[in-house]
Ligand binder design. Structure first.
Ligand code: HEM
Length: 439
């Protein structure tokens, strides 16, 4: 028998222990990304540190992140505060399930996000966006983010349940209107139960505790033939076809998560793009010309045209600079080895898209807004799992292609009607100036 060398994994380097935990918490609170960036400068791409009393590992760098999010995903699960923020008052959905339950659900839902399903939903996006633009031309937006959140909510209501929101008409075949409160929701902060220092928190909109109209609609749909193309109807039909009787709790948990999944991410992404464009008049003008060329006022362009558009390249670049999910959180469900380092069961494991997206090893002039980086769809010569505004690996956002296409259409339609002006680099200072003509 020959010699076998067994390399023992060692603990990652980094500032641990009670005193460091207190100091780290202070830096974390004051500027989280400077803090994380400093950790990698001092200790390398895999760093073990404490935040207050919470044991954390930061995983950075192309190969370690790729291995973590692709190969090691079975050893990880989502922390409670992340699940609670997604679940809110309601049950589990794809974002909060783990293990075999998650796998089965992902398989069940994946067909909902194929191009064949995404394409007809673009008509809904075009219709809702045209309504918003018509209102803006009559009265410019006072709070851009609120209007975009309402647009996101309306698109979700129409595509997920085939219903509209009170005050927005009653499309054919739709017998109910969702009250504004049920679909706009409430802002929610979830905290990590074991984090005595109250540092690990997730803030996002969620569904309120009372959803009488939404739940009634789900019950009625469960009692019907369900021949619609909306996510709810297709989900019920898919369950029946697979011989799995659709269960009210399962359907409600999933549908409520779907209704709310875009409420923070879509407005934040569009806000990031408009802030960048307000500082780049040339790209803004080119996108307006592209909108005219693609005749977005008449009908949504086909998916390949949206896919090749400058508007999408600019959006991807804005999401590189300002990813809406700047930190991805996991907990090690069991001990595992990563690039020679030991990750201990129970430790929080973090990946930061924000750090990776601004890393000069992968992006030249990382602080410059350069849509040309995405001229060919993907950034050139950048390893997999470095650009990850929608996550990476098996738990990537299931709605990524749909969200990219919907946002690109909104950007083009808005560009056709409005110019952006900004006195500073933030969305709070962006103003929309109407171009000539009517919507
Ligand atoms: C700009 C828009 C969006 C962004 C940036 C975004 C981002 C993300 C990210 C980063 C993740 C992975 C989280 C992690 O790894 O911890 C994720 C997961 C997910 N997203 Fe999105 N998302 C967006 C829109 C949406 C929309 C509109 C929906 C629903 C229709 C949606 C549904 C989901 C679901 C169900 C998951 C969980 C996937 C799984 O665990 O298998 N997302 N999203």
């Amino acid at each position: 028998m020959g010699w076998r060398f067994v390399l023992k994994a060692v603990d990652p380097p980094g500032p641990t222990g009670a005193a460091n935990g207190r100091i780290n918490a202070r830096f974390f609170r004051s500027d989280v990304f400077t803090f994380l960036s400093n950790l990698t400068q001092v200790y390398g791409d895999i760093v073990r540190f404490d935040i207050g009393h919470t044991a954390c590992v930061l995983v950075n760098g192309a190969s370690a992140v790729d291995r973590l999010l692709h190969t090691c995903e079975p050893f990880l699960h989502k922390p409670d505060f992340v699940s609670a923020s997604n679940r809110g008052h309601w049950g589990d959905g794809l974002t909060t399930l783990e293990g075999a339950d998650w796998q089965d659900r992902r398989r069940l839902l994946r067909p909902q996000f194929r191009p064949r399903e995404i394409t007809p939903r673009l008509d809904i996006v075009a219709e809702c966006t045209a309504d918003m633009i018509r209102n803006w031309r009559a009265e410019p937006p006072v709070d851009l983010m609120t209007d975009i959140r309402l647009l996101t909510a309306r698109i979700a209501a129409r595509t997920v349940m085939d219903v509209d929101i009170e005050g927005w008409g009653n499309p054919d075949g739709c017998t109910s209107l969702l009250p504004y409160d049920e679909i706009f929701g409430e802002d929610f902060t979830a905290s990590e139960p074991n984090d005595a220092d109250g540092i690990l928190r997730m803030e996002r909109p969620r569904a309120p505790r009372d959803l009488p109209v939404i739940t009634d609609l789900i019950k009625r749909r469960l009692d019907s033939d369900c021949d619609g193309r909306d996510v709810l109807s297709v989900l019920i039909r898919t369950c029946r076809a697979a011989g799995v009787p659709p269960d009210y709790d399962m359907i409600t948990g999933e549908i409520v998560q779907m209704l709310y999944a875009g409420h923070l991410t879509m407005p934040t992404s569009l806000g990031a793009l408009w802030s960048c464009l307000a500082q780049d008049a040339q790209t803004e003008q080119q996108i307006a010309e592209e909108a005219d060329r693609l005749e977005v006022g008449t009908a949504p362009p086909a998916l390949p045209e949206l896919g090749r558009s400058l508007a999408l390249a600019a959006l991807k670049e804005a999401l590189r600079m300002h990813p809406p999910a700047p930190l991805l959180y996991r907990i090690a469900a069991q001990a595992f080895e990563l690039e020679g380092f030991a990750v201990t069961a129970g430790h929080h494991v973090w990946v930061s898209p924000r750090l990776l997206h601004r890393d000069p090893r992968y992006f030249e002039d990382p602080d410059q807004f350069q849509p040309a980086r995405f001229e060919f769809g993907r950034p050139q010569n950048v390893p997999r799992s470095v650009y990850l505004p929608f996550g990476a690996g098996p738990r990537t956002c299931i709605a990524m292609h749909q969200a990219f296409n919907q946002m690109t259409l909104i950007i083009l339609m808005v560009a056709q009607h409005f110019e952006l002006r900004s006195s500073a680099g933030s969305l709070a200072h962006v103003t929309l100036i109407a171009r000539g003509g009517s919507p």
